[in-house]
Design a protein around this ligand. Structure first.
Ligand SMILES: Nc1ncnc2c1ncn2[C@@H]1O[C@H](COP(=O)(O)OP(=O)(O)OP(=O)(O)O)[C@@H](O)[C@H]1O
Length: 312
């Protein structure tokens, strides 16, 4: 695992979430394979991983919807069941069914009535920007509207931990921006926000801690900047004039990928200094040379591909 320093609070604080050597298997599939981690108050944490990495299973274990085969899961030092009964957890799951024949307003009112520390339904609806669809039947909503209603249900009361499984899928750009602004407010008030996502740019922009899962194991845990740095590779782009000797470029040292498009060459290198040095050694004169770090998406791909290569 890539180990990194994180924004972890002092060890004396009871963690909001504690996973201790947690495993969960389905037949021969190890969906979660020995995960240990702690989340602390006020952290906004993104859970990333390719399809089937174990993100939803991790969230289900955390919510007590599934039980581990090994290890322990704790929320606020107790069991998930206790934390949920105390109203300390708000969750928005991927396919959480919404009761069909009720209106949006009725459903929000019900969620508020069930929470030990509820907010006013009007306030909840305003925060999720669903006042306009208050009288609509829940089964008549668009995908993005249904997501906003799920969000309202997850924030019906004053919870300390908010869990979101791919929360912005189906939301348009402005709904997405409004959603994350609201989530940031929640974290600023000391709540812990944990979200699984496939949108790496969201994780980069929103999360102050990123967890990378792969085949049920935690491959990396750190800030987005740390994960980018640990992926090790850098991007090099330049233009060449005249005939391009593709074979010579492909033989440059430390390349992890190369794309030649017209006169523009884009390289990914695990040692950009050495690659650029060797490039000049070919006697070519690169123009518009740019060297940049990887984006979170490329770092994610580099980390998960390196792990695949190790396992095969
Ligand atoms: N109920 C189940 N029975 C059998 N296998 C399951 C079950 N639920 C999940 N799995 C398997 O466990 C692994 C992890 O699945 P999980 O849904 O947690 O991944 P994920 O990271 O959330 O994936 P995605 O990004 O596609 O939502 C996968 O190989 C999946 O096929």
């Amino acid at each position: 695992m890539v180990t990194m320093t994180t924004t972890a609070a002092p060890a004396a604080t009871t963690p909001v979430v504690g996973f201790d050597q947690v495993t969960k298997t389905y037949g021969s599939v190890r969906a979660v394979d020995g995960i240990s981690l702690r989340l602390h108050p006020g952290e906004t944490v993104a859970l990333l991983g390719p399809n089937g990495a174990g993100k939803s299973t991790t969230l289900d274990l955390l919510l007590g919807l599934k039980h581990p085969d090994g290890g322990t899961v704790s929320l606020f030092g107790g069991t998930p069941r206790e934390a949920i009964a105390d109203g300390r957890v708000g969750a928005m799951l991927q396919s959480g069914g919404l009761m069909d024949e009720v209106t949006v307003a009725e459903l929000v009112k019900l969620a508020c009535s069930l929470h030990p520390r509820p907010y006013k339904p009007a306030e909840v609806m305003a925060r999720a920007a669903i006042e306009q669809i208050a009288d609509r039947k829940v089964n008549k909503l668009s995908g993005g509207q249904a997501q906003r209603v799920r969000f309202a249900l997850a924030t019906a009361g004053d919870s300390d931990l908010i869990i979101l499984d791919e929360p912005t899928t189906g939301m348009d750009v402005s709904a997405r921006q409004a959603f994350w602004a609201t989530m940031r407010e929640q974290a600023d008030q000391g709540r812990t926000v944990l979200f699984a996502t496939h949108y790496l740019e969201e994780a980069d922009a929103i999360a102050d801690r990123v967890l990378v899962l792969h085949r049920g194991r935690l491959l990396a845990d750190g800030t987005a900047a740390e994960i980018k740095a640990k992926a090790g590779a850098r991007r090099v782009a330049f233009d060449l004039e005249g005939d391009i000797d593709g074979a010579a470029l492909r033989a440059l040292p430390f390349l992890t990928s190369i794309d030649i498009s017209g006169q523009t060459v884009r390289i990914q290198s695990s040692d950009a200094d050495a690659t650029v040095h060797a490039l000049y050694g070919l006697g070519v004169y690169p123009r518009n040379l740019e060297v940049a770090g990887l984006g979170l998406e490329q770092a994610f791909v580099a980390i998960t591909e390196a792990e695949e290569a190790k396992q095969s």
